[in-house]
Design a protein around this ligand. Structure first.
Ligand code: FE2
Length: 411
């Protein structure tokens, strides 16, 4: 396959891209077509590596309103309602909902998804289901699974055993929820347990960390210290860290020294952070998203996730990462023109770094030929116009094709 005349990421000069046997084999200014070679005319449009969702919960997706709608919009009501819904969970129920959401994501140019899965259910039904889904969709999407203790590890009966069982069953990542544990001490102990478990089974780490508007929620400093002292560094991810938007600047200044040394990744979930945050404020009302601008400027890796797609925590969501970018850079104060042009990285290259998949991700000769062609010539226009994914190409094959909408104005 030969893709002619595309702007790759933020490059000014259009390039041609050759794909042979599922890999990028040549990328340069002008490539001569071979006989019988399939050609896609890129028309100067934008070619990106596929979108990556670095944080979602596929076990809960599409359950919004069942058994009840979360009318308060708080994280805690979300947890309560999910606690009811989980009682009726079956493997087929989880699989069909997760697959429907994955299809929506794939249609929007995603090829990589990291999903947390609740492992506080003693039967581990959702985990069994998502492990099967992971295998069944592997030709379309790379799915990483995180063992996520929705009710805490030390605060759940047999919480440690369930986490270890999940590690043995084949999750890719060990998760946690230290700010929701009964005590601060439990939070610290849970983080030490998570790090030991990840080291024992050679897993990545992704912790729901300080997802609360409490300036005293400071598990992040513990997680960062463990990442630094164990040398796990960028195998560790801190998701949410919304409390950082409530920390005072003197403490945050001190904290950033440690974060830079620790070299861990951050995931913000812009739409959900704004939706769930500030719920206990009157006015002024906090935005409750982590400090993505300051983290990025300090050279710390930040990516975006959808978190919740039509579930007890968030009633909306459509699998389109452009929505997360738009809300994230708006709320994060990152709307300088050059910042907008570079913002695709939050849902592509930065996210690949979070997921530790850089060895097989990116538009480079020798790597698997996975890419998306957007219906605009640069990311500023792609974001503003919510550009269609004209093609999503996976291992050299057309996984998705979209016909652009056409609007006729009768005047
Ligand atoms: Fe989450």
């Amino acid at each position: 396959m030969l893709i002619k005349n595309v702007h790759i990421e933020s490059q000014d000069v259009p390039q041609d891209v050759r794909i042979i046997n599922g890999k990028f084999t040549e990328i340069k200014n002008e490539i001569e077509k071979h006989d019988n070679e399939e050609v896609i005319d890129g028309n100067g449009k934008l070619l990106l590596p596929p979108f990556v969702d670095s944080h979602v919960h596929l076990d809960a997706t599409r359950t919004a309103g069942d058994p009840e709608w979360n009318e308060t919009g708080t994280l805690f009501d979300g947890i309560r309602i999910w606690g009811e819904r989980i009682k009726t969970l079956t493997k087929e129920d989880v699989k069909s909902r997760a697959k429907a959401t994955l299809r929506e994501q794939v249609a929007n140019g995603l090829q990589v998804v990291r999903s947390h899965v609740d492992v506080t259910d003693p039967n581990l039904t959702a985990l069994e289901a998502l492990l099967e889904v992971k295998e069944e969709v592997k030709d379309q999407v790379e799915l990483q699974l995180v063992a996520f203790p929705q009710a805490g590890i030390l605060s759940t009966p047999n919480g440690k055993d369930l986490m270890e069982q999940a590690a043995k069953m084949g999750v890719d990542v060990i998760g946690g929820l230290p700010h929701y544990e009964f005590t601060r001490d439990y939070g610290v102990e849970s983080l030490k347990f998570i790090v030991n478990l990840a080291e024992k089974y050679d897993k990545l780490i992704d912790v729901h960390c300080d997802e609360i508007d409490d300036p005293n929620s400071r598990n992040l400093e513990v997680l960062a210290t463990l990442a630094y002292e164990t040398g796990l560094g960028n195998k560790v991810t801190a998701s949410h860290t919304t409390a950082m938007s409530s920390y005072n600047d003197a403490y945050t200044y001190k904290l950033f020294r440690l974060l830079e040394m620790a070299n861990l990744n951050f995931v913000a979930n812009p739409e959900v952070n704004l939706h769930l945050g500030g719920r206990f404020d009157t006015y002024p009302k906090r935005r409750s998203m982590t400090r993505i601008k300051e983290l990025s400027e300090a050279g710390i890796n930040v990516s975006f996730g959808e978190d919740d797609i039509k579930d007890p925590w968030y009633p909306m969501g459509n699998g389109n990462m452009l929505d997360q970018v738009q809300v994230g850079i708006l709320a994060g104060g990152l709307m300088g023109y050059s910042q907008i042009q570079g913002a695709y990285k939050f849902v592509t290259n930065n996210a690949a770094k979070t997921l530790h998949i850089q060895d097989h991700y990116g538009i480079e000769v020798g790597k698997p030929a996975n890419c998306i062609l957007l219906n605009q010539t640069n990311f500023y226009d792609a974001l503003n116009e919510h550009a269609e994914v004209l093609y999503s190409i996976r291992k050299g094959k057309e996984l998705v094709e979209t016909q652009p909408k056409s609007v006729k104005l009768n005047y």
